[in-house]
Design a protein around this ligand. Structure first.
Ligand SMILES: C[S@@+](CC[C@H](N)C(=O)[O-])C[C@H]1O[C@@H](n2cnc3c(N)ncnc32)[C@H](O)[C@@H]1O
Length: 201
């Protein structure tokens, strides 16, 4: 089996898929800096609208926290229809507009919800993919342990690593960080978030 990891970033998913399933991964990433630091190699230059792979050459596509970066969803959906073999799944892992409830950060940085709400919604993505010939086969919230504790989450938080946090004001960020640090003093237990997994074939 060969899967496409589109917008592969640090390469952590490509690496995990190879370790977990012993499959072949075609990693595609537009950012030169990310390609250079990727823990998975090789990574090919390309993006969702120009995927440098042959027709029907992958069995599935994995698109993790990338879909909000894609300027033309219709074109991306057509490219994915071209490169994924008929019947192969496209798995889109994302925070979608209107679906912030299961993500801890938005509890402390409520202003970031307005940024999330500029992301594509599930319906927006489905519309583009349906037009390209895909059918939705599943939408599921997948829980993950984001940090061992809120204290650890607060310590590890990097402003620049989260697009919604980059786009709120400095005052809003400072107030949210103060709320998070205060809560971290009393809350124990792991931080569990859930991102959506939208699956189309
Ligand atoms: C938040 S990172 C996610 C990286 C990785 N998929 C993960 O889950 O760890 C978003 C990635 O999407 C890439 N990206 C941005 N625009 C893109 C596009 N139009 N097509 C494909 N990837 C894109 C960025 O360069 C970045 O590496």
């Amino acid at each position: 089996m060969r899967i496409l990891d589109l917008g592969s970033g640090t390469g952590m998913w490509a690496r995990a898929f190879i370790d977990w399933y012993d499959i072949e991964v075609a990693a595609v990433e537009p950012s030169e800096a990310m390609r250079a630091r990727s823990m998975h190699q090789p990574v090919v230059h390309g993006d969702a609208e120009r995927i440098p792979l042959d027709d029907g050459s992958v069995d599935a596509a994995w698109i993790s926290t990338v879909i909000h970066h894609v300027p033309d969803l219709n074109r991306a959906a057509r490219e994915l229809r071209r490169v994924v073999r008929p019947g192969g799944p496209v798995l889109i892992r994302s925070a979608f507009a209107g679906r912030h409830q299961a993500i801890t950060l938005f509890r402390y940085f409520p202003e970031a919800i307005r940024v999330l709400d500029t992301y594509p919604s599930v319906a927006d993505v489905e519309a583009a993919f349906t037009a390209a010939g895909f059918v939705t086969v599943g939408l599921e919230q997948v829980p993950q342990v984001t940090a061992a504790s809120l204290r650890e989450a607060a310590t590890a938080l990097r402003h620049e690593a989260h697009t919604p946090l980059q786009l709120i004001s400095d005052d809003e960020y400072a107030a949210g960080l103060a709320r998070l640090r205060k809560a971290a003093q009393r809350e124990t237990g792991p931080v569990v978030d859930a991102l959506d997994l939208l699956v189309l074939t």
